[in-house]
Design a protein around this ligand. Structure first.
Ligand code: FMN
Length: 188
C-alpha cells in the first residue's frame, strides 16, 4: 500500500449503474497500484445547495457554514491526492447531485483556501446517446475542463462512453479497461 488516496464522488442515483461500474473498475486499478480509495455515493446524502451567504470567505472563516454531510466531502477533498468526479450525463450536463457538490466546493476552492490546487483529477461519465456531442457529454466534459483550469487541478484522464440500462457499460471492455488504467495512473 502506498499513501496515495483517491476520492471518488459518484453522482448517479443508481447504486448498480454504469457510473458505479466505471468507479468499481477505477478502484480495481487504483488498488492494483497500491492506492487507497474512498467512494462517496452522493445520492441520499444530506447535501444542500450553496446559499451564496459568503460565510466561507469571511475573515477567519473555517470553511462552509452549512453543517450538513458536505462536511464529509470536504474532509475527503482535503485528504485526497486525486479526485474523481463520476456522473452520468443528465440533460446535456451532470446530475444535480454532482452539481450541488461542485457549487459547494466554492468554500474550499477559491484563492488561498483552495484545497484542490495541484491535485490530480479524473472524470467518469456514461451517457445514453451514441454521439458524445448529441448526448451533451462534450458539454459536461468542457465544464470539467474549465473547473480544472480554475482550481488548478491536473486532469489525468476522462473515461466516457455510451450505455443506457443500469450496468450495461460492463459489456464495453474498452471502457472498462480505460477506467482500470485511469485508476492505475491516479495511484502513481
Ligand atoms: C433524468 C435523466 C436525464 C438524462 N439525460 C441524458 C442526456 O442529456 N444525454 C444522454 O445521452 N443521456 C441522458 N440520460 C441517460 C443516462 O446518462 C444514461 O442512462 C447513463 O448510462 C446512466 O448512468 P448510471 O447508470 O450511472 O445512472 C439521462 C437519464 C436520466 C434518468
Amino acid at each position: 500500500m502506498s499513501d496515495v488516496r483517491i476520492l471518488i464522488l459518484n453522482g448517479s442515483p443508481r447504486k448498480e449503474g454504469n457510473t458505479a461500474a466505471l468507479a468499481e473498475q477505477l478502484t480495481k486499478g487504483a488498488h492494483a497500484g497500491g492506492a487507497e480509495v474512498q467512494i462517496l455515493y452522493l445520492h441520499g446524502m444530506d447535501i444542500s445547495p450553496c446559499t451564496a451567504c459568503e460565510g466561507c470567505h469571511e475573515e477567519g472563516s473555517r470553511g462552509c457554514v452549512i453543517g450538513d454531510e458536505m462536511q464529509k466531502v470536504y474532509d475527503g477533498l482535503r485528504e485526497a491526492h486525486s479526485i474523481v468526479f463520476a456522473t452520468p450525463v443528465y440533460w446535456f450536463c451532470v446530475t444535480a447531485q454532482i452539481k450541488t457538490v461542485i457549487d459547494r466546493i466554492y468554500a474550499v476552492g477559491v484563492g488561498e483556501g483552495n484545497v484542490l490546487r495541484g491535485k490530480k483529477l479524473g472524470i467518469l461519465m456514461p451517457y445514453a446517446d451514441a454521439d458524445p456531442f448529441v448526448s451533451g457529454a462534450v458539454n459536461a466534459l468542457r465544464m470539467f475542463q474549465d473547473i480544472s483550469g480554475y482550481l488548478g487541478t491536473k486532469t489525468v484522464g476522462m473515461v466516457y462512453g455510451t450505455a443506457m440500462g443500469a450496468g450495461e457499460i460492463r459489456k464495453n471492455k474498452t471502457l472498462m479497461g480505460q477506467a482500470y488504467k485511469l485508476g492505475e495512473e491516479l495511484a502513481l
